[in-house]
Design a protein around this ligand. Structure first.
Ligand SMILES: [Zn+2]
Length: 424
């Protein structure tokens, strides 16, 4: 059973959670205690904008509060009990709220762990999870595992079931398609183009401000690999069917296959991949109330995840494994859209200033080993490994209307549009 012990006082709560669990041992009990007291005091002062000259009062209050605790279920936030600490021992108050049964938490612990893993993995289907994690899945009743976000996010049409045909070599055939978003993303993007290697089903996504950037993206994609692309398969969109594109393809010796007009299923692999990307992105956004202008980050995170998730078409291997020989996640997975705190290492941070910046977790960096965290208040994107996560806590409290991901012409509110246009 996993639970966390936190102080009942809201001020102190900030302080305890802000303390970094990974901090290396320092020079003794007193030094640790001082740091702890200062952390709590700083958090209290920050919460209520207390001026710095009142630091002494904050430290005294922190000393008093530090001896009281509340025990909560880590996953649900359900209160299990309260108590005090004295000389290093924990004393549980048995009189508190008998309705909060700890047993109920124990029985659903495995399910809770699986649901958390399901969210971290971009809402991987429970069938796939059974194959990927047979040990854990065998301990729970699969019928009991339900996920609202999957219901809202996924609307697969039976007519698009894959035939599972693959080319025999990597980069022999590349599928491509463009998706148009009705909402400008946080980085000013309106479209994305996918390139999918038919052999491994490895997917690359490029965000674009204009549709005519497709050729530039394709050139970048080709330049990334030594192997030459032989065939590109697309629909008849003008972003693919134009003189400039044709000139590049003939210079590189690449054959262009297009689908017959009005028969999109012929470009099936790319269309199915787009649908899959959007389904997962929608589910992740729904789970954590992520606003629309972060669709670009959700799609990039989804691409990262589905490239590393086993697929039936690949006999339960992952695209990354087929192409590069091994599957790897650069950093441990976290729930997209959850609240996180990034350690602030800037030299301008004073002794009594907050030591962390509250952010929303928006994915994994492709350039550096770290988590991408966006601070709306500072309008800044951090890439860091020094991050504390609250995976059960959405950064945005309100449920977001995601109907735009189903309809292509919905109208945006001014506020969301403005926020979405701000560049990071
Ligand atoms: Zn789900």
């Amino acid at each position: 059973m996993k639970f966390q012990i936190i102080p009942p006082n809201p001020y102190l709560r900030h302080g305890i959670r802000a303390s970094c669990p990974d901090t290396p041992p320092q020079n003794g009990v007193a030094e640790r205690k001082n740091r702890h007291l200062l952390e709590v005091a700083r958090s209290m002062m920050y919460t209520m904008n207390v001026p710095k000259f009142l630091w002494s009062e904050a430290v005294l209050t922190a000393t008093y509060l530090i001896n009281q605790y509340l025990i909560e279920d880590r996953r649900t936030g359900k209160k299990l009990g309260s108590g005090i600490t004295c000389n290093g021992l924990w004393f549980l108050d048995r009189g508190l709220d008998k309705s909060s049964s700890a047993l109920a938490v124990v029985t659903s612990e495995e399910e809770g762990r699986l649901i958390l893993q399901h969210c971290r993995l971009g809402h991987m289907s429970f069938d796939t999870m059974s194959k990927a994690f047979p040990d854990i899945m065998s301990k729970v009743d699969k019928g009991k595992l339900v996920c609202d976000a999957c219901e809202y996010g996924k609307h697969t049409r039976a007519s698009y079931i894959s035939r599972g045909l693959r080319s025999i070599l990597p980069f022999l055939l590349v599928h491509s398609d463009v998706w148009t978003s009705p909402v400008v993303s946080i980085s000013g993007m309106r479209y994305f183009v996918t390139f999918i290697d038919c052999h491994s089903r490895m997917t690359w996504v490029y965000l674009m401000k204009h549709k005519n950037e497709v050729l530039k993206c394709f050139k970048d994609f080709c330049a990334c690999f030594n192997t030459q692309v032989r065939i590109i398969r697309t629909d008849n969109g003008t972003e693919y069917v134009n003189n400039e594109f044709a000139t590049f393809l003939s210079a590189e010796g690449i054959l262009h296959q297009t689908s017959c007009p009005d028969t999109p299923p012929q470009n099936g692999v790319a269309e199915r991949k787009n649908r899959h990307l959007l389904e997962v992105a929608r589910s992740m956004m729904y789970t954590m109330n992520v606003p629309k202008f972060l669709w670009s980050e959700a799609v990039l995170t989804t691409t990262y995840l589905i490239n590393r998730i086993p697929s039936r078409v690949l006999n339960m291997k992952t695209p990354h494994e087929i192409l590069f020989g091994k599957n790897e996640f650069i950093v441990p997975l976290k729930v997209f859209g959850s609240t996180c705190f990034v350690r602030d290492h800037r030299p301008s941070v004073g002794k009594l200033d907050p030591r962390a910046v509250k952010c929303i977790f928006v994915g994994y960096s492709s350039m550096q080993k770290g988590y991408k965290c966006w601070s709306p208040s500072e309008r800044r994107l951090f890439v860091s490994l020094d991050v504390t996560f609250r995976e059960s806590e959405p950064f945005y409290g309100e449920k977001t209307d995601l109907s735009f991901m189903f309809e292509f012409n919905s109208v945006e509110s001014d506020e969301a549009r403005l926020e979405g246009r701000i560049m990071v």
